[in-house]
Design a protein. Structure first.
Length: 116
């Protein structure tokens, strides 16, 4: 599935398709038909574009703010993703041991946390 909601904030806010299919996409995660990471790529993009980068997302498209890290982790937990801190710790362990955990690779290394 490919979803393009990145034209403008105004366009994304008029979109009714994503709002309609989002619950169905969440069901596909529960049924094991879709990876949480595939969903998060779509939802993080939608959150980012529709809020003009002002709303907290999953930490993939935009670095999560330190002040909103708890909210980011709650979003991630709802779809079965590990916390930002745990992902970053796993990156450290990979570097220290040479083990490969096959973490999603659209972000290389740690998820940077914006200290603002």
């Amino acid at each position: 599935m490919s979803y393009h909601n990145s034209i403008t904030t105004a366009y994304a806010n008029k979109d009714t398709l994503y709002i309609y299919i989002k619950p169905k996409l969440l069901e596909t995660i529960i049924k094991g038909q879709m990876s949480p990471y595939e969903f998060v790529l779509i939802d993080d993009w939608y959150i980012t574009v529709s809020s003009d980068r002002t709303q907290t997302g999953y930490g993939f498209l935009n670095s999560p703010l330190h002040s909103a890290l708890e909210e980011t982790n709650k979003l991630r937990e709802r779809v079965g993703l590990r916390t930002v801190q745990l992902r970053n710790k796993l990156v450290d362990i990979e570097k220290e041991t040479g083990m490969i955990f096959y973490l999603p690779d659209w972000i290389k290394g740690k998820i940077k946390v914006d200290e603002r």
